[in-house]
Design a protein around this ligand. Structure first.
Ligand code: NAD
Length: 476
């Protein structure tokens, strides 16, 4: 193996990060025997739902304080294993960037809401008292993606169990190993904190058939579906409540009042994070013509590589199965791959360290319209905010998912925010600030645009129940 300076530096970074994590959260616990059905992994969906049902009944017998302890233990377990889970995710799915996946695991473990999100509301009046309390659904069926396998299972599990439910996951088959490992670890954390086994279950061999079986099963009271358009459509037509988190194609708007150097860095950071496989990541930029050259120059300083003319044509050939129409179809073998690898395959061999490919194109180019999920970012020059909005709305396809803006003009920011109507609107920061990474707010990797919950939280996984008491229990 050839060892150069950059490889040695990566190895040192890797070891330093591991040592820091272990000092902070203790020794990693991954592995070790866990028998007696306590892994949560079963052969059939029926078995999963039966065991998860028993576990849920045991959970709601525990005190609220105990439930919060289980949540704390789950958080610690994922923090301890953020690094090995990230490594396994990259090895298995071959998508994304290992250091970024560690950050996503830490983010989900630390910032996904727990029991504190379930705030009882009390109203009093001449007729007495009414309480609005959050109660569980029972067993939730949750279908998870290949792009954020561990962090989605983590954030969903935290919120769902905090709300008193158990959950049966159907992970993406291409992320099976790492998803099952995450489930085992979370169950281990729950059991070690005195909670019931099987609060989190999955089948050994998840696939589309088991996903559909799970969604159609009468034992499932709530569906939480995170993935592309196919699974969202399927989930929404099951005749039961479904929280659906679907695709996005987030536009970035940059006007002539923006701090261009900062906008460039933020956009490169967001669009290259985990090789752009996050649904919230910047996918195309609409920039005022007067500042476009400066933006491109600054983006290159921050690790972007610009392709032009024939190189763009070659990239389209390489990266798309079908580049026509409003929803161009990418070749999935390129999803989540490194920018350097993509560049090498269109004949650019001196840009191995580039984090992001940028290309100036027209507003209806496949790089603009397609949800590419790879570090390739379209840049479109515009003459006005209205033009940017017209094309940005078209590129967003009405998903109402995420949009970003870089500007110092409050009127422009308000106009874009109102018109684009996305669940997440990030101003003057990388897109991941909208998930609470370097931005305020809690985190979830399930962002439900189609059904309107937006960034999901514990209370979304609970039923609101009303308790009315006539004429008494008031002190005023
Ligand atoms: P995918 O749709 O291929 O798979 C997601 C899950 O759905 C998998 O578990 C898969 O087995 C299952 N599935 C797929 N088609 C199905 C069908 N017809 N019936 C039943 N189950 C089915 O998605 P992916 O490639 O894993 O993830 C990428 C997509 O997910 C992108 O479009 C991305 O934007 C979206 N995504 C959205 C969010 C969000 O929070 N909104 C988060 C992550 C990913």
């Amino acid at each position: 193996m050839e060892i150069n300076e950059s490889k040695i530096s990566m190895m040192v970074d890797d070891i330093t990060r591991k040592v820091k994590m272990e000092l902070k959260y203790g020794q990693a616990i991954s592995g070790g025997p866990m028998g007696g059905g306590s892994t949560g992994i079963y052969k059939t969906i029926d078995e999963c739902i039966r065991h998860a049902g028993i576990a849920q009944k045991k959970l709601i017998e525990l005190s609220f304080e105990k439930r919060a302890e289980l949540i704390g233990s789950m958080r610690t377990m994922i923090l301890r294993n953020a690094d090995p889970l990230a490594k396994l995710a990259v090895e298995e799915t071959r998508l994304g960037r290992y250091p970024d996946k560690i950050k996503k695991n830490i983010l989900a473990a630390k910032k996904a809401p727990g029991c504190e999100d379930l705030i009882t509301e009390a109203r009093t009046g001449d007729d007495g008292l009414v309480l609005y309390e959050y109660g569980p659904y029972g067993v939730i069926g949750s279908v998870t993606p290949t792009t954020n396998p561990t962090s989605t299972i983590t954030s969903n599990s935290l919120g769902m169990i905090a709300a008193g439910n158990s959950v049966v996951f159907n992970p993406h088959p291409r992320a099976k190993k790492v998803s099952l490992e995450t489930i085992k670890l979370l169950n281990r954390a729950i059991i070690s904190a005195g909670g019931p086994k099987n609060l989190i279950c999955s089948v050994e061999e998840p696939d589309i058939k088991t996903s559909q079986e799970l969604m159609n099963h009468p034992g499932i009271r709530l569906l939480v579906v995170t993935g592309g358009e196919g699974v969202v459509k399927y989930g929404l037509t099951r005749g039961k409540k479904c929280i659906a988190a679907g695709p996005g194609n987030p536009p970035v708007f940059i006007d002539d009042t923006a701090d261009i150097s900062k906008a460039a860095k933020n956009t490169v950071d967001g669009a290259s994070f985990d090789n752009n496989i996050l649904c919230i990541a910047e996918k195309e930029v609409f920039v005022f013509r007067t500042v476009a050259d400066r933006l491109i120059t600054e983006m290159k300083k921050h690790g972007a590589y610009e392709i032009k003319g024939q190189q763009i044509k070659q990239a389209v050939e390489l990266l798309f199965k079908d580049s026509s129409g409003e929803h161009p179809l990418v070749d999935t073998q390129w999803v989540g791959q490194d920018a350097g690898k993509i560049l090498r395959n269109i004949g650019i061999t001196n840009a191995f360290d580039s984090r992001l490919v940028i290309a100036e194109v027209e507003h209806d180019h496949p790089f603009v319209l397609g949800e590419m999920l790879m570090p390739v970012l379209a840049i479109v020059r515009v003459d006005s905010l209205d033009e940017a909005l017209e094309w940005g709305l078209r590129a967003e396809h009405g998903f109402r998912h995420t949009a970003c803006m870089h500007s110092e003009n409050v009127v422009n920011m308000t106009k874009v925010g109102r018109m684009i109507e996305t669940s997440i609107f990030v101003k003057n920061a990388p897109s991941y600030a909208g998930l609470g990474m370097g931005g305020e707010g809690f985190c979830s990797l399930t962002i439900a645009g189609p059904t309107g919950e937006g960034v999901t939280r514990s209370r979304h996984f609970a039923r609101v129940r009303r308790c009315t008491l006539k004429d008494s229990l008031r002190i005023v």
